[in-house]
Design a protein around this ligand. Structure first.
Ligand SMILES: Cc1ncc(COP(=O)(O)O)c(C=O)c1O
Length: 389
């Protein structure tokens, strides 16, 4: 087995450097624990950058389902279907707003499908999409067009007609809508942008504006769902339903699954020939996602996220850490704002055996797996609190 130093050196040689130099070479994971190639163990408060959001790494039920499926059928192409993708679509729509699902592999792809759906549904001449400052919708040209300008540099021209408004600025949104507007893309809680929680009035206002103007509301729930924020889907905190919802990361239980979910009214807009993804809905990935959904139900993880998440945030607040200026979030989607560079905390935590993430320059982001054991959660939190102090 190669050492970490060897693997990191080779990664520089063979992998395109778009992520910068890799920090660790990972060999194994179990729940909220991860091991690097030198055998060092970490508590993982950010498994798979969200992909391990439900059960962390290699949950036995997910592994068993994937193993069994791997011995049966990996994929078959889109002219056919399979029971796992149907059941996963059923599980998603039953906990959301009905409708139908298009499967792909990533959040960016799910948003591409949603952009196409919105344009088709809105009709000829309507192509503009409103999105929000500090949002993130992925790195493909469509998703990038909706994402702030800093990430677009060098890739212009973007899709025409994207308008950015401040998150929370309902008047700005109303002013931005014109006869060519097709829809609004919003994260019901902004992740990359700093764990920003909108008001109920803002989200309900977006719904009303969309209804009044006959345009579509798309909730990008790639980060926030399923179950992470203490609801099956984060839009459910606001008493509204979107027309379209996009999912990825945790919806695959650790396997690559992206999903564009269309409400009943728009369920058949992407008709035959209008969109596709060769491996979308393949049974190998779908069983992993399905097991994750079953686990959420079996272990009441929606409720656990809600109650435990509050406890985590209160523990951090009660620690009275001088550099912490705000603790916010919903469920297990937590942001700790500090008056120092969050990158320093990230690096120190990694050295101390705790993996966390950042949002922007001064927010430490936590998204532990919903199944994390209480003692491991406490141990990780103690490491973090000591470091922040
Ligand atoms: C809200 C949101 N949408 C879309 C994406 C893109 O997802 P992916 O990296 O799977 O393409 C991300 C990734 O972090 C995200 O946070």
């Amino acid at each position: 087995m190669a050492t970490q130093t060897e693997l990191l050196a080779e990664s520089n040689e063979y992998l395109i450097p778009n992520y910068g130099p890799r920090m660790l070479a990972i060999v194994r994971g179990q729940g909220a624990r991860l091991w690097d190639a030198d055998g060092k163990e970490y508590i993982d408060f950010f498994p798979g950058f969200g992909a391990g959001g439900v059960a962390g790494h290699c949950h036995p039920a997910i592994v068993a389902a994937v193993k069994a499926q791997a011995e049966t059928l990996l994929s078959h192409g889109n002219f056919f279907t399979n029971q796992p993708e149907i059941e996963l679509a059923k599980a998603i729509t039953q906990h959301a707003f009905g409708g139908k699902v298009f499967f792909c592999h990533s959040g960016a792809e799910a948003n591409e499908a949603a952009i196409k759906l919105v344009r088709l549904a809105a009709g000829e001449g309507k192509y503009k999409i409103i999105s929000f400052n500090n949002c993130f919708h992925g790195r493909t040209m469509g998703g990038l067009s909706l994402t702030p300008a800093a990430k677009q540099e060098g890739f212009e021209p973007m899709l025409p007609g994207n308008v950015k408004v401040d998150y929370g600025d309902l008047i700005g949104v109303a002013e931005a809508i014109d006869d060519e507007t097709a829809g609004i893309f919003v994260e019901p809680i902004q992740g990359e942008g700093g764990v920003n929680i909108p008001t109920i009035e803002f989200m309900q206002g977006l719904r009303t504006l969309c209804d009044e103007k006959g345009i579509l509301l798309v909730c990008d729930e790639v980060w926030t769902s399923p179950a992470r924020t203490g609801k099956w889907f984060a839009y459910q905190h606001f008493g509204i339903e979107p027309d379209v919802m996009t999912l990825a990361k945790a919806i695959g239980g650790g396997a690559p699954v992206g999903a564009c979910v269309a409400s009943p009214k728009y369920a058949d807009v992407l008709g035959p020939g209008k969109h596709g993804c060769t491996m979308g809905g393949n049974p190998l990935c779908a069983v992993a996602g399905l097991e994750a959904m079953k686990l959420i139900e079996r272990e009441n993880l929606v409720e656990r996220a809600a109650t435990k998440g509050e406890q985590i945030m209160q523990t951090i607040r009660d620690a009275n850490i001088p550099c912490v200026t705000d603790v916010r979030g919903a469920g297990f989607m937590i942001g700790i704002e500090i008056d120092k560079p969050a990158l320093d905390v990230f690096k120190a935590a990694m050295a101390a055996g705790l993996l966390i993430c950042l949002a922007g320059t001064n927010v430490v982001r936590l998204a532990p797996p919903l199944t994390i054991e209480d003692d491991l959660l406490e141990k990780g939190l103690n490491i973090l609190i000591d470091l922040l102090k």
